[in-house]
Ligand binder design. Structure first.
Ligand code: NAI
Length: 707
């Protein structure tokens, strides 16, 4: 027998062990090995029952995701498992599945084909396929409702969240939680059930509810999926497959599942989500910084500025168990900052996300202060004072004076040059950008900005620390706006241009929300505050090229005091609950300003054009960033956009989306826009080169971010 699957006997109990490190994936050889073992059990009169388990740290954690990624057509593998699972169910001796670690995806499907399941207390089971744009493909959607009931199966298959052993026991997915050694417990259990009934999951129907109940459960699940996973196809496909289980005999249900599984497998959404899955791992790799580069221990931190960002960043450290000093200018600002933090934690307690005791422990880790006295203890300081070069330089000179040698001096600036800030300290190698996103304690993205002199250890430390802080870090170069905001500029510029050319404010937002963005670009402006960009534009006005069109509307809105949500008026009007209401006054004003500026107006602009203008503006700027080396890979840009800007994961990020559309098509559309709107739409040279070479962004690799 193939040594991926081992066969042994404990007197009358056969023990089948899958040994395919690291996660016992069901790759070729494993199903064959299991089939042989089952045949042997059937034919060996000595064997009364069998235990099937995984060697090493887990049961079967699922299929090999790389295999999915490689498939572009042909027969999907899931179907190949169906006959094996039937043969396990048909085995004449009871088969007990013994679970530790994870039984995910194909792993749970395998487990459900056993006659019984036992698990250790910390084991987890789940059907997480939807996270990769897939559904279970080996009978999971048919067996799970028969074991766990329709409602639980709908939830597990459409949301993809795993559950622990206790819950699995409660819902009948497992039959016993084993205390102590799994093998010993499972063999004893097998002995108990040997000679007893061999329930076949596929033949069970007691948990399949009445038609009416099922119909309403299915409808509720669909509504939830449409709301919580807007735009994702796989959750709806999983629900369809489970609906089939409630209506059709097992074999027919499996055929429905197969069809839906294949559709998902060959869909753009699944390819995009698999790209994201690997992308999240890829971004941690920095070509010139080997994995074993020494990271500095961060035991104590400090934050300067307790405003919107500083307060959130202090919470991020406290949430990770790292004591943090929080410094402000004066007592009222400090008290306000601490009050905001308390309010934030209290609302988590109220929502049941945290206990009162946990809140107390986290608050105890944050020490408010008005002085730099204890800064010498900090291993890392994050500066989050107002955005202004003079002020930042003053703060860094102060930090240089008070911080110990080796401490990391990080800035949360969103627009200023890291090198300029580093120029005022005697240890520029310690200076780095850690660009958190608002709200800092919630948003997953962290742009780590590499300055000219930032040391490799400092970079390695921030990249590693990000994991402890619950963030996904992407290393970027020091250009204006870094990667995310630099691209966001042209994106929001186009949104404004479109309104100035005649599109409705809501029409622009709606088109992008329908594309999948979490929020429309104009609503986003209102949320962040239109005045923020206005102030920055005023500072950089001298850099604007004469004769090149600039958006006028947002500056004008700011001039009349419409800063967005904070003034209850921006692109929209806001009621006291910050609920947006369209404002005809804005439309009238923009029409007037556009007429004055001589901008040609159209009655209506199609949604597809709105999407192309905004999204291709992102892509074109992304291409420049890549070419200039401010992002390491196209996937780094994608991960930034998915985690910091609400780009839909099922489209894989802006660069992946462009690859999916086809770069030639994207390039031609950009050329069209250039002909209509002028040089702002000049296609990025890299885009043209890739089109000429018939390559994609995903294939483009460049050397490290220029220091
Ligand atoms: P904020 O205005 O809410 O807070 C700044 C705080 O710094 C104020 O409370 C102020 O009293 C304090 N401060 C000023 N000088 C100080 C000093 N010498 N010592 C101690 N505290 C001092 O500003 P916000 O929004 O938190 O921005 C902070 C930084 O984060 C800026 O560089 C900004 O560009 C950046 N940023 C802001 C984002 C946002 O969405 N608000 C997102 C990402 C970065």
């Amino acid at each position: 027998m193939d040594n991926l699957v081992r066969f042994a006997k404990d007197n009358d109990i056969a023990v089948i062990t899958i040994d395919n490190p690291p996660v016992n994936a069901l790759s070729p050889g494993v199903p064959e090995g299991i089939a042989e073992a089952i045949a042997q059990i059937d034919s060996d009169p000595e064997v009364k029952a069998a235990v099937l388990m995984g060697a090493g740290r887990t049961f079967v954690a699922g299929a090999d995701i790389r295999e999915f990624g490689k498939l572009t057509s042909g027969k999907p593998r899931g179907a190949g498992l169906l006959p094996l699972l039937l043969s396990i169910e048909n085995c004449t001796k009871p088969v007990v599945m013994a679970i530790h670690g994870m039984a995910f995806g194909g792993g749970l499907e395998l487990a459900m084909a056993g006659h019984y399941r036992v698990a250790v207390a910390d084991a987890q089971v789940g059907q997480p396929e939807v996270k990769l744009g897939l559904i279970p493909g080996a009978g999971g959607t048919q067996r799970l409702p028969r074991l766990a009931g329709v409602v639980k199966a709908l939830e597990m298959c459409s949301e993809g969240k795993p559950i622990g052993a206790a819950e699995a026991l409660k819902f009948g997915i497992i039959d016993r939680v084993i205390e102590g050694d799994l093998l010993t417990g499972a063999v004893a259990f097998a002995r108990e059930v040997s000679g007893k009934l061999k329930p076949k999951t596929r033949e069970r129907s007691e948990k399949l509810g009445a038609a009416e109940q099922n119909a309403s459960a299915v409808e509720t699940a669909r509504e939830n999926a449409r709301k919580k996973q807007r735009g994702f196809h796989a959750p709806l496909a999983a629900i369809d497959a489970i609906e089939a289980a409630t209506k059709l005999p097992f074999e027919e249900g499996c055929r429905v599942e197969q069809k839906l599984f294949s559709e998902c497998l060959f869909s753009d959404q699944s390819k995009a989500l698999i790209h994201v899955f690997f992308g999240e791992r890829e971004v941690a790799k920095i070509p010139d910084i080997p994995k074993d580069t020494a990271a500095l221990p961060i035991r104590r931190a400090a934050v300067v500025g307790a405003g919107t960002m500083g307060g959130g960043i202090a919470m991020v450290f406290a949430n990770a168990g790292i004591p943090v000093l929080l410094k402000e200018l004066d007592q009222p600002a400090l008290e306000q900052g601490m009050a905001n933090i308390r309010k934030n934690y209290s609302s988590s307690v109220q929502r049941g996300r945290m206990t009162q005791a946990e809140m107390g422990a986290r608050l105890a880790l944050i020490t408010p202060t008005l002085s730099y006295d204890k800064f010498a203890d900090a291993d890392m300081v994050v500066e989050a004072v107002f955005e202004g070069m003079t002020l930042k330089k003053q703060v860094f000179q102060e930090l240089d004076r008070v911080c110990k040698p080796g401490a990391i001096l990080a800035t949360n600036t969103s627009t200023l040059s890291i090198d300029a800030i580093a120029s005022v300290v005697v240890r520029p190698d310690a200076v780095i950008g850690t660009h958190f996103f608002s709200p800092a304690n919630i948003m997953r993205l962290l742009e780590v900005v590499r300055g000219k002199e930032t040391s490799k250890n400092v970079i390695a430390t921030c990249m590693q620390l990000s994991k402890k802080l619950g963030k996904i870090a992407v290393l970027v170069g020091n250009c204006r706006g870094f990667v995310g905001n630099r691209m966001f500029g042209p994106y929001r510029r186009e949104a404004q241009f479109l309104v100035e050319e005649g599109a409705g404010v809501e029409a622009v937002d709606r088109a992008l929300v329908e594309f999948g963005m979490a929020m429309g670009p104009l609503s986003t402006g209102d949320l962040a505050g239109l005045d923020v960009g206005w102030r920055i534009r005023k500072e950089y006005r001298h850099l604007e090229k004469p004769g090149v069109r600039q958006p006028v509307a947002e500056d004008r809105l700011c001039e009349i005091g419409r800063f967005g949500q904070k003034t209850q008026a921006g692109w929209y009007r806001y009621d006291e609950n910050r609920h947006a209401v369209p404002d005809p006054e804005v439309t009238a004003l923009v029409r007037k300003w556009s007429a004055e500026a001589g901008i040609a107006q159209r009655q209506q602009i199609p949604a597809a054009e709105i999407v192309d203008r905004c999204i291709y503006a992102l892509v074109n700027e992304g291409a420049r960033i890549l070419e200039e080396g401010f992002a390491l890979r196209a996937v780094d840009i994608d991960i930034i956009y998915l985690n910091g800007y609400g780009f839909p994961a099922y489209r894989g990020g802006p660069m992946w989306y462009a690859d999916t559309v086809g770069l030639k098509k994207v390039y031609e559309r950009i050329c069209e826009f250039r002909d209509q709107h002028g040089e702002l739409w000049e296609p990025a040279p890299l885009l043209r080169q890739l089109v000429e070479a018939n390559e994609s962004f995903a294939q483009f690799h460049k050397e490290p971010i220029p220091a």
